[in-house]
Design a protein around this ligand. Structure first.
Ligand code: AMP
Length: 485
């Protein structure tokens, strides 16, 4: 499929993130800190917590991992109250600065409000320009701050109506948690691109990007927040509002491929079981004559288990990962990124030597990981290396909250399959097809209605207008917006 050329992504506006909130529980901030620990994979650059103690808001924000700052008792003690929200941030370009750390907090005419956002607003730049022209003074470069100013300048009455008014003006993918003096709010965009779940801990309500963050505090999973839904949690319990026209859901399929934690349930599916089904589908579509199946850890592990079971080949941990090194993507330059990959993985040479290896990873983005890992396999004496990727080629950048580089850095967008095979240095290379991915992630009933996910990174079908990129002129499938499923 050909996809039109897109302009480069703007700096500073693309985050991957995790959000968490709790209302009505003692030690609210400590629970948020635990939740953020479980969501660390969604963002490692910075984190923050805002709590409300019945009289005032308290805020702690810090660069680095959650444990770097929020493990100290003194920090948690400063975050007094029975309600709190938190955020993990992951932005790879643009500014890694203190003022961009969320939750953002502002005092409004109606009182204080803190907000934490996972996703990307695709008209943030346009909105920002018009807000600045109206006299708004921005303090950060995150897209989330536009929501703050839209709330502040809204003519609507209460805080919820102002939030609804603000969100009617934004275009993009968002899962939000917000905290006021009286309530915790959770919102998902109309297509439900990013995840957000509701849980309960005793009588307290919890909101989290993924269910693994409920598990860590012993909270019970209740349900997903629905696309286009606002959940309002206050002393009276949880009320649901549906102020936005809801389209057909387009949950991000890449959450299943790579991003979500395998022990999470998202949109009714276990991430781990889904990844194993993806691996099995890959084995059916892209078999290889080989002796062993080896995952690129950790992201390739569930897929490799599924592949090995389907192909009836032994599964071997042929690459050991050093868990004390961060993700390669955190590194800012190519040179350091290359070093990072070597730091991170080592081949178990005895297991690999003389073997025909099927190497499984979830995705190829720039190709950096694959090149290094294959070099390592050869060095360890592999007789043959057959690389199989548990997703279709990543051809298009994400504008909805997953960090992918611009198209000119995406290996699959620039090289043919054969050129990729040569560049990576494997004997064969195979990707899962988009149909295979849909077979693995959908129940038959659901995938009759394809597309049922946002799969833009693979297909170039962007379901939400990219206003800042091209004025929103790319064809958005408006027919989908009027169809409720
Ligand atoms: P690359 O080395 O650029 O080809 O990146 C591919 C590797 O990064 C794979 O092992 C993936 O598991 C992982 N990966 C894929 N997408 C992302 C992402 N958005 N952020 C961080 N890592 C990713």
């Amino acid at each position: 499929m050909t996809t039109p050329k897109l302009p480069a992504k703007p700096d500073g506006f693309h985050d991957e993130c995790g959000v968490f909130g709790i209302f009505g529980h003692a030690d609210a901030a400590a629970h948020v800190a635990l939740g953020l620990h479980a969501l660390q994979h969604r963002g490692q650059e910075a984190s923050g917590i805002v709590s409300f103690d019945g009289r005032q808001f308290h805020s702690e924000r810090a660069l680095g991992l959650v444990g770097d700052h929020f493990n100290a008792e003194s920090v948690i003690r400063r975050l007094d109250g029975v309600a709190a929200i938190g955020h993990n941030r992951y932005a790879t370009t643009g500014e890694t600065v203190f003022r961009n750390i969320q939750p953002l907090f502002a005092e409004f005419a109606f009182g204080g409000l803190a907000i934490a956002h996972n996703g990307n607003l695709t008209n943030a730049r346009e909105l920002r320009q018009s807000l600045v022209a109206r006299g708004c003074i921005f303090q950060s470069t995150t897209d989330t701050e536009t929501i703050i100013h839209l709330i502040a300048t809204s003519g609507a009455g209460g805080v919820v109506d102002r939030l609804i008014d603000a969100l009617r003006q934004v275009v993009g993918a968002y899962s939000l948690v917000a905290l006021t003096g009286t309530m915790l709010l959770g919102v998902r965009d109309a297509l439900g691109v990013r995840p957000l779940v509701v849980g309960m801990l005793d009588d307290a309500y919890v909101l989290a990007s993924e269910s693994c963050a409920l598990d860590i505090i012993g909270a019970r999973f209740e349900r997903d927040v629905e696309p286009g839904e606002i959940v309002v949690i206050d002393s009276g319990g949880l009320h649901s509002l549906r102020p936005f026209p809801v389209g057909r859901r387009r949950f991000c399929v890449f959450e299943y491929v790579y991003f979500a934690r395998p022990d999470s349930m998202v949109e009714g599916l276990s991430v781990y079981e889904t990844r194993k089904r993806i691996g099995a589908e890959l084995a059916r579509e892209q078999p290889a004559v080989a002796d062993i199946v080896v995952p690129v850890p950790d992201s390739g592990v569930p897929g490799a288990i599924g592949y090995a079971a389907e192909a009836k080949l032994p599964f071997e941990i042929g690459i050991i990962r050093n868990h004390y090194v961060g993700r390669t993507f955190i590194e800012p330059t190519d040179r350091i990124r290359h070093l990072g990959v070597r730091l991170k993985h080592n081949a178990a040479a005895d297991t690999i030597r003389g073997k025909r290896v099927v190497l499984i990873d979830d995705s190829i983005v720039r190709g950096t990981t694959s090149i290094k890992i294959v070099e390592m396999m050869r060095h360890a004496g592999a007789a043959e290396v057959h690389m199989r990727i548990a997703s279709p080629p990543t051809m298009n950048p994400c504008f909805y909250g997953i960090d992918t580089p611009d198209r000119d850095e995406l290996m699959a967008a620039n090289l043919s399959l054969e050129q990729m095979r040569q560049r990576i240095g494997v004997d064969s290379l195979g990707f899962l097809s988009i149909d295979g991915l849909y077979r693995a992630v959908g129940e038959p009933r659901r995938f009759a209605h394809r597309p049922q996910y946002c799969d833009a990174c693979f297909t170039g079908d962007y379901p939400i207008a990219l206003v800042d990129q091209d004025g929103g002129h790319r064809p958005v499938q408006l027919s989908l917006l009027s169809e409720a499923v």
